[in-house]
Design a protein around this ligand. Structure first.
Ligand SMILES: NC(=O)c1ccc[n+]([C@@H]2O[C@H](COP(=O)([O-])OP(=O)(O)OC[C@H]3O[C@@H](n4cnc5c(N)ncnc54)[C@H](O)[C@@H]3O)[C@@H](O)[C@H]2O)c1
Length: 250
């Protein structure tokens, strides 16, 4: 399998590139030759990424993926030909269950975790269709398979990410475009995994303590994302790939 220079001459967009899984993905794509347009809502994190990786071809664009105009700026920085899109940015929901979730949390989580992925995908598809190819990977979650990993908003958003992924895969398979998702279990990142609900703590805490495998490193998830974006995965389309230490098998 060819793992060096797989993205030479290609342009990739990575959202959430300032931290965790998105940062590891941006670095890996850059190391394999891509010009990477790295988006994040935190300009400080993007500055740190650029300072850490001076040898890579990274273009940092600060912006909020839940705002259409900021998605437009990210895609404009990439130019007309985007070969690969990694929709990684996402936020948690304090494990708020259905009786406790507030509208702000619900809307924010759906906008950032789901609507942003649709907007990025919608923006890059015309160029990919015109060029006859492209690859998209959405970061889903173990919470897309079960109801015990997060609150109602996060769980619903990640279930919907799987549907988005399959719809894009089905509709554009004839255009040389592949769309897959990676579903991580626990990963050591800066994601806010705190509980804002005592009820959720009681209902879900014991389950999580019993079956959650040791958390992964972000690079372990990035390796799967980058594989799915590469030509090595040309026979994969519409797959929701668990990368969770076996959690989904339990
Ligand atoms: N860490 C885990 O255990 C875990 C498990 C399953 C799925 N995931 C998913 O992995 C993805 C990446 O999360 P992570 O764990 O690397 O978290 P992280 O918090 O370390 O990184 C997420 C990055 O996204 C950025 N971001 C957040 N909201 C944004 C917005 N509106 N616009 C642009 N950028 C924004 C943050 O600033 C941050 O740099 C998310 O979609 C998350 O749901 C994480």
């Amino acid at each position: 399998m060819n793992t060096t220079g797989r993205f030479q001459g290609m342009t990739a967009i990575v959202t959430g590139a300032g931290s965790g899984i998105g940062k590891a993905t941006a670095i890996s794509l850059g190391q394999q030759g891509a010009r990477v347009v790295a988006g994040d809502v935190s300009p400080d994190r993007l500055d740190a990424l650029i300072a850490e990786q001076p040898a890579l071809n990274l273009v940092a664009i600060a912006g909020d993926v839940s705002v259409q105009a900021e998605v437009d700026a990210l895609v404009a920085a990439a130019g007309d030909r985007v070969h690969a899109l990694a929709n990684v940015a996402g936020v948690m929901d304090g494990f708020l269950p259905a009786a406790e979730v507030d509208d702000d949390t619900w809307h924010r989580v759906i906008e950032v975790n789901l609507t942003s992925m649709m907007r990025l995908t919608r923006a890059v598809l015309p160029g990919m269709i015109a060029a006859g190819g492209g690859a998209i990977v959405n970061v889903s979650s173990e919470a897309s398979f079960r109801g015990s990993c997060a609150g109602v908003a996060y769980t619903a958003s990640k279930h919907a990410v799987n549907g988005l992924t399959r719809s894009v895969a089905a509709c554009y398979r004839g255009n040389g475009i592949r769309c897959n998702a990676v579903a991580p279990g626990g990963v050591r990142t800066n994601v806010d995994g705190s509980f804002r609900s005592a009820h959720a703590g009681q209902a879900l805490g014991p389950l999580l303590q019993a079956i959650v495998p040791t958390p992964a490193q972000p690079e372990e998830i990035a390796a799967v994302i980058v594989h799915l974006l590469s030509e090595d995965a040309r026979n994969m389309n519409g797959a929701i790939v668990p990368c969770d230490g076996g959690w989904s098998a339990l």
